[in-house]
Design a protein around this ligand. Sequence first.
Ligand SMILES: O=c1ccn([C@@H]2O[C@H](COP(=O)(O)O)[C@@H](O)[C@H]2O)c(=O)[nH]1
Length: 229
Amino acid sequence: MTPAPIAVALDAPDLETAARWASLVTPHVSTVKVGLELYLRYGPDVIASVQGASGVKVFLDLKLHDIPNTVAGATRAVARLRPAILTVHASGGPAMIQAAVEAAPHTEIAAVTVLTSLSAADLAAIGVGGSPEDAVRRLAVMSVEAGAKALVCSPREVAGVRAAVGPGITLITPGVRPAGADSQDQARVATPEQALADGADLLVIGRPITGSADPGATAASIAASLRRS
Ligand SMILES: O=c1ccn([C@@H]2O[C@H](COP(=O)(O)O)[C@@H](O)[C@H]2O)c(=O)[nH]1
């Protein structure tokens, strides 16, 4: 069976736990995601540890955000690990995004528009006017014009982003929660089925899977629900 378009966020405190989660979920999902917690603790070795022999795609979610020259250097440094996807913050601007794209020709650079943990009130508090939808759309269009081939947004905005950027761009949505699940620190959420129906290409799901009693069974069940939807 084809693995579901899900990236399981391996936000684990140690490598053994992350590798165990990865081996449990990889029969069911296309991708595993390594974020700051694991990468800052273990560095580049973490990629091989979570990939194992499975050949699952690795999404390196480092959300780089600095001046273009620094981001280009950081991107080159991790591009040699050949992650399938690497994130940068869209708010770093077009020159920074372009620098990342040029530094990693074999990795899809995904621009994070507005973190899914931010509400409209949070955006106002950091001086971003307008709705999250408007901010996401504006950053999405700018990022694609700068060369990004992938974008990160919440499932709430994915339909609007798809309409704005067209079919050729990979849309990645964290902030995914099965019906009835706790949204925890995520502010803009939707169900896996809704995210897919609205045009997402890859759903990022962490704690609803890794925090469950049986991560392999939970991943299999969400994957099956996507096939039925
Ligand atoms: O806007 C963003 C960008 C990245 N993330 C990351 O996705 C996962 C979500 O984990 P859950 O446990 O399903 O909430 C996590 O690794 C974040 O760093 C995001 O949530 N929002």
